[in-house]
Design a protein around this ligand. Structure first.
Ligand SMILES: Cc1cc2nc3c(=O)[nH]c(=O)nc-3n(C[C@H](O)[C@H](O)[C@H](O)COP(=O)(O)O)c2cc1C
Length: 191
């Protein structure tokens, strides 16, 4: 049996992402799970950020941000950045996470996150109390110790990365499971 529950915001799995605004002197980290690749050319990443919070206003002001994908090893720090505000606390100082300078934007990236994007704000809109920000990906960094081939970002070993997965609805963190198939391949048996 299927039961209807009305409009609800339950979706999973989501990547626990740490979005950084500001500059090397003064930067803030906000935990954002509502994140997705939006377009291929130019490559853009979309994030949904509340209109009332500190980070939404910072992104509108600075027109840039970095997106850093967290691993299970920094779960406590990632959660903290989602329950505290840059208005009140220096989240880099409190968590001990490390700022690294970006190439094209003032906002730093986070050293402890194995995957990082530098983004320039190219579009923003508001639906209800949420900003939809599209950031053009100007640069991508990956830790080479998480790659099977250090020259190929697609050779990522997802088990070594061990991304921190957020389950919206249940509000819990999980880790990745085992591989079950090859995409763009397994369906070919039905062609
Ligand atoms: C796991 C997790 C995921 C979150 N995802 C989002 C999100 O996608 N969008 C959002 O606006 N807030 C999200 N939040 C809440 C913000 O991180 C939170 O409001 C934060 O305190 C805002 O920080 P700031 O005031 O420094 O901007 C999330 C929090 C947690 C713990």
């Amino acid at each position: 049996m299927k039961t209807s529950f009305g409009p609800q915001k339950i979706l999973f799995p989501l990547p626990t992402s740490l979005v950084v605004t500001g500059n090397m002197d003064k930067a803030n980290i906000v935990t954002i799970a509502w994140v997705s690749l939006l377009t291929s050319n130019p490559p853009t990443l979309g994030i949904s950020v509340g209109t009332k919070g500190f980070s939404g206003k910072e992104i509108l002001k600075n027109k840039e941000f970095s997106v850093n994908i967290a691993g299970v090893d920094i779960m406590k720090e990632a959660d903290f950045c989602g329950i505290s505000s840059g208005k009140d606390v220096d989240k880099f100082a409190k968590t001990g996470l490390t700022k690294m300078p970006s190439k094209y934007i003032k906002s730093p990236i986070i050293k402890e996150c194995p995957l990082n994007f530098e983004c320039k704000l190219v579009s923003s809109s508001v639906v209800g109390t949420t900003n939809h920000f599209a950031g053009e990906i100007l640069e991508l960094y990956m830790d080479t110790d998480k790659l099977n081939d250090p020259d190929n970002p697609r050779s990522l070993d997802i088990e070594l990365f061990n991304p921190l997965i957020y389950i919206g609805g249940a509000r819990e963190y999980r880790k990745i499971g085992e591989k079950v198939g090859d995409s763009y391949q397994i369906g070919k048996s039905l062609l």
